[in-house]
Design a binder for this molecule. Sequence first.
Ligand code: GLP
Length: 241
Amino acid sequence: MDIQVFESTDAAIWEAANIVEDLILNAGSVLGLAAGATMKPLYSELARRRRTLAPTITELHAFLLDEYIGLAPEDSRCFRNTIISDFASQVGLPEENIQSPQTARQDLHKECCRYETSLSAAEVAIQLLGIGVNGHIGFNEPGSMFDSKTRVVELSEQTRQANAHIFAPDPMPTHAITQGISTILKAKHLLVLAFGSSKALPIQQALKGPITTKVPASAIRNHSKVTVLLDAEAASLLPGC
Ligand code: GLP
């Protein structure tokens, strides 16, 4: 595992953007996208590189990690809509090139199977990953099995508290569809980003603690190609940092 610690978040974002830019310029690639605050500066940096990305951006295909259940498809807080506004519309990626769990469908079990099958056929080259304050990846909450596939999950209290401000005064969704841990680990390369002091403990547990379902992100240590880009605060509990 390649763990890189940067003095600033901006420096880590620059490196992440270089890796994603290389992928996009390799025409016809498949990128796994993540929503959440961590990825926003990466998407802004890629937007600044729009002209460089232009020749191949329409040939990129993308898959989302997860999606809330219970929001109207046009709700701006749906992960799909935030990805379109923060990334796709900024870099010129056509919306139809983005696959995501369709959580408004009647039969969610069938939808999870459809999404899992699409992902298996697509072969994701790089999966972007943030980490939850409780060590989740996607919405695989503590206790998620490492062989889990795309499925409906209930969000933990900690996750709901961490994201409640996005929905206030409306209630936070209680459920989501997420790629499973085994689904995420099928990507050829995992690119993990974590910034700020709230991520120090989950990063320390994921990278240096026991590999356990209690810390879903610890599963990334079972993958052969992982790059972790951290700022100094997120790395503050790692030995030697
Ligand atoms: C969220 C999402 C993930 C995200 C992670 C970290 O709740 N399920 O896609 O990567 O948890 O979120 P954030 O970057 O907002 O801290």
